[in-house]
Ligand binder design. Sequence first.
Ligand code: S3P
Length: 431
Amino acid sequence: MEQRIEPARALLGELTVPGDKSVSHRAAILGALAEGTTEIEGFLEGADPRSTLDCLAALGVEWRRPEPGRIVVQGRCGTLVEPSRVLDAGNSGTTARLLLGVLASQPFHAVLTGDASLCRRPMGRVVEPLRRMGARIDGREEGRALPLAVRGGALEAGEHRLAVASAQVKSALLLAGLAAAGPTGVAEPHASRDHTERMLRSFGAQVEEASGPQGHRVQLQGPAALRGRRVVVPGDISSAAFFLAAAAALPGSRLRVRRVGLNPTRTGVLEALSRMGGRIAVERRPDVAGEEWGDVTVEGGALEGVELGGELIPRLIDELPVLCVLACVATGETRIRDAAELRVKESDRIATMAEELGRLGARVEALPDGLVVQGGGALRGATVDAHGDHRVAMALAVAGLLAAGDTRIRGAECVDISYPDFWRQLDGLRR
Ligand code: S3P
């Protein structure tokens, strides 16, 4: 599908964004492993969480959808069923990596695969530590890429140190640790999103964390039995980010996003927008089921370039494509460093953003671990490509709003991965 975007003067109004993708995956998985029923409200109805539900169904998990956005999962007390078909994680890295952690302890054989993009993404970072815990995993490239075959069994608890901060790897190890006797510890150079830790606690597991000069460490005490519960999924700040960014850059905008997740491991984008001169106001609401949330209001105005790196990067990793777009229209230079992880997302987001923003007339230099964007130049509409990457498609849509003339985005249907309603909501807010 090719999507045409006309320039906008402003974004005006209020919106509620769909449920958080990370929290939706975790609620379905923990619900499946728990004892009793887990009722999930605000579940993201996108292709990625659907992949998780589909894999869980193949593993014997019963779930139903009494109405849109509400999923009821019948827990299996930690015991899944050997699947009679290949588990397909589709485009979803979170599905693949978290399920590898779950399958590692299940006493049966399972094969996991994904789409072409997911089959290119690194799995060795999960497979190697799981093997150290005792899991038997084999597959393409010595087990570093999907498809992978897992024969689960007894696991040993232990200590892991991740070379790069990754919530997916950390979560896979904690999920494996549920079945191992003793403490499973995971240390990262910087704290990545902690939805798994929060949800494990709210399902009754014992999880501790500590930050120090060496980074961030979490520890789960296993074996742990989980108790199903009601989970309310906040709006996804990574989805809100496209609207917040566009509104911040379009003078005359005033936009309010309601009930969006404000977990501090995810709010780096609000800090980056403020540092760029964006006018952002946050009203926090009481926590729900261990997650913080609230309303965010942004007003449009002039933006300036910024340096982004270090501990901030894991807290805004998925928002870097849209922040690159803002950097093009901000005054001065923007430098993004320490973000080599962007190269192994749904697309190589450093290469794709440099290439596609270049087509729109921006001056963007790709670095091995980031980008340098020269601001101040005007964007002009052109035909661009989403590279099958939902966040690239939506970031390019924001670029189209800010550009002179029309922009056409090829392959725009990939927004269904995380935000099926994106184009309709955008139409309703643009002026
Ligand atoms: C996610 C973690 C992040 C993020 C991804 C979702 C998660 O990836 O980029 O979109 O749900 O745990 P990494 O854990 O690989 O950094």
